[in-house]
Design a protein around this ligand. Sequence first.
Ligand code: ATP
Length: 628
Amino acid sequence: MNKGQKFSVWFFLGALVATWLFSEYIYKPYAERQGEVSYSEFLEDLDKNIIENVDISETRITYALKEGAASPDKRPIIGGVIFSNKKTKPQGNIKSVVRLDDPDLIMKLSNSDIKFGGIAQRDTILDLLMGILLPLLPLLILWYFMFRNISGAGGGGGIGGIFSFGRSRAKELQGELTGVHFSDIGGAGEAEVELREIIDFLKDPKRFDKFGAKLPRGVLLVGPPGTGKTLLAKATAGEAGVPFFFITGSSFVEMFVGVGAARVRDLFDQAKKKAPCIIFMDEIDAIGQSRMNVYNGNSEQENTLNQLLAEMDGFEENDGIVIMGATNRPEILDQALMRPGRFDRQIQVVLPTEEGREEILKIHTKKVPLAQEVNLREIAKVTPGFSGADLANIANEAALLAARRKADSVSTNDFDLAIERVVAGLQRKTPLTPEIRKKVAYHETGHALVACYLPGSDPVHKVSIIPTTKGALGYTMQMPTEDQYLVTENELKTRMAVMLGGRAAELLVFDEPTTGASNDLERATETARRMVIEFGMSKKLGPVRYAAPTMMYLGGAVQIREDAGEATAEKIDAEIKRLVTEAQEQASNILKEHEKVLHEVAETLQKKEVINSDEIQAIVNKEKRSEE
Ligand code: ATP
């Protein structure tokens, strides 16, 4: 039995004894006093022959009046059970009197038709159970469900849930059973090389001992969501053939003080018994958040973190335990967690390159029958910025589409639709009214044409005016041609002009803006804001960073640093406005220049609902030829 368990059992037993003492010595005497009468009244009732039965104990006499002879029962009731002897009638008026030394009483009772008997203070175990446990039953049931909820589904669904309070919820899997190997992971070249060293160590820790070499105790995997961090940790355990303990940071965080720390202790106790092994903590930022960042000092989180730090220091270097952590937010982690001897090695798990994406697609289509014409490299080409999880999702969606078509194999078109689904959401069936369709068609054509005419923008892949489940009334899909590691100022301006192409078209054709551009405006403003405060791309403000620290991998709006003055904030706003306005003017000029193409593409779009890049290009080329 571990510490956590002992704590819970004692807590449970203590509560039970306290409740029993309370009921026996405080509540019961109180309840009995409620119906108490004087001995003379008892004798009077006896003479009037209105008593139905009498129970005599060593100190008290309890009696019940015949029906109709009594006022309503005033005794309190707890948990549905009246606090009196089981032999008395559960209803009617019960009275109680202190027993006096009255030798004639038994004679009197014998001569009447009253049923009477004696009761021992506690005669049977059943009495004890009925008297104590039964009133407590509703309370116990409530308690059980409360505990089960708190310890969560992972805490064990049965009665064990009550006792597993302080136990860690690390699911222990044998390394071999993770069944994951590096061959199941695509595009993880660099991370794999670094992890190989850990695997060698886990396979034969003594070899490292001989050289006095100390291996990193903790390895932190950092990178955007869905890039395969969990998968890499599992593969490390799988390759080394050691047990793998998996736990998420958030499951340490409980509402009860001390539980998180107890769980950390328990996790390490378990792991020490199974060494060599890997402990993997996903979302480690949930407990490893910098103590400086925690508003008002969340002492529970701090206790848990302190316990983790202590445990990481507590085992010997070559004990054979490797702790792996994963996070999308390395910037908020406590520095103490990163110092040598703890998570001293960081491995960046980045978004896959084109080659990596092809490998990932190959892995996820291993069991999928692909049509001859499917070229995974081509799919990898049009999916820059997609994570491993996105690609796995695309492979699955494509297979689902093929299955729904009742086809024998998955075609290129299934993959195209799957990509669209992931990017834009499912198509919605509700048709738009002709006026709205027209507005949406011009709006989307606006985006597409600005992208076509502005050099350096990502090529347009498809334009659609079928509403999607993600809330868009239409969408223009652009596909970058290569992975972008660096973006220039001009490219950012081009992107903004494309974003504002929709609004520019609305103004040009209908002379009136619509709400359809709200998301475009949001994205354009955010781009401009980042140019000014994060990338130092405004001459007026200079090469100064005014942005507050951002989340490296999770995106989100960039905020201005709190210590920036009011005058600076005003300048920033003016610069953002200038950049966005210039981008809209640029878009507007392009559309004015090619207004004929705008009308023709928008009309085609209204007829066909979806047009691809070739169809747009054909109309653009036609205009070019007529001008020549
Ligand atoms: P998060 O940060 O959101 O926890 P993660 O980086 O831990 O994400 P995983 O949970 O490892 O990501 O990946 C989710 C799924 O995506 C995996 O189960 C796998 O199917 C797929 N996947 C991600 N990356 C790869 C990869 N490099 N190769 C093959 N499959 C991958």
